[in-house]
Design a protein around this ligand. Sequence first.
Ligand code: PLP
Length: 412
Amino acid sequence: MSNTGFTTQIVHYGHRTDTEHGAVHAAVHPSTEYTYHDAHDLAAVFQNRKKGYTYGRTGTPTTAALEAQVTTMEQGNGTVTFATGMAALNAVFFALLRHGDHLIASKYIFGNTNSLLMTLENFGVELTLVDATDVAQVQAALRPNTRMVFVETIANPGTQVADLKAIGDVCQAHKLVYVVDSTLSSPYLRPGRDFGASLVVNSLSKHLGGHGNALGGAVTQTGLYDWADFPHIYEQYRKDDSRTWGLLQIKKKGLRDMGGTLSSDVAHRLAAGAETIALRMDRICSNALALARFLDTHPLVERVQYPGLDTHPQHQRATEFFGGLYGGLLGVVLKDQADVFECLNRLRIVALATHLGDNRTLVLPAAHTIYYEMGAERRALMGIPDNFLRISVGIEEEADLIGDFAQALADR
Ligand SMILES: *Cc1c(COP(=O)(O)O)cnc(C)c1O
């Protein structure tokens, strides 16, 4: 099974597990608590001596099935799911970092993650934001107390492609935890372990689930990092293989203590959605490239940021990393004479909404919406001008999408 293709493995995942009645989907388990006939077994499960379930906050058989599916896609050694991508990121940072630690993060990241990092700073974590498209900047930011490096594979919303492999090498040389947010590329374009990541975060709300009907997040441990090199693993989690300790701590702190748990119903919806990720991504990526090329030559467009265009600063790198697929997100800067709101209001098919990785194409004026709260200065640092449109391309027919943007941007 392990040498079969990506989708073959995912859709036949159910056949390899012991589902009841030969069901192809894992059952949706609504139980809050799980009982045991023998109190010894109950104690053994609590003490991590035996596999099993105790209380829904720390997971159910349904979330476990989704976790196994994501682990397969990411080729990792384990996954923990959360209620949202942000809950997953919170669990990683708060379970592993302490007051006085230094975190190096890309300055090109999702706005809410940027906001979360500011909160971390208030808890005493030292933060350096760098241009992660250049490994030299990561290298130059290293301090004796650096514990972790965080980057997005393809950045939301600017589409910068981090120097993922070279940063992985730096992290390995310095024994740093390397966290890669793979939401925009997804494991279909490339599993995070190929870049040397220790942990891979995916917002399951986006490409993994794909249908705009469920929120979720996941942290996958690749097995490349030896947690014996990390000073903040609590004694009680330093058991068995040291390449598994980090995820156990993330699960205990992130789910048990912080409680950002995914429900079984939602886990089932995400797992069903994820089965078609390869088909959806192929279509999304080809639509996105066609739309990027169309907008790139449009007289009202100042520039298009999309890794598939050869004018993109990391185009070569993106091609090398992702084998000719470039994701579904476009950053489009309109010329000053264009009225951003007017153009958006003329769209007939494309929906005005925040979100990405959906079957539907969505667009929003980033500076006025998701990046409004952070203010002009931080927006400038992150490269988000006032007339920046974030377009998340869907699976509609290519001609319909291009036609809709053509009529919305046409002279009247
Ligand atoms: C959306 C997003 C998240 C957060 O995911 P939610 O499921 O919406 O909480 C994290 N990282 C990136 C890159 C995202 O695009």
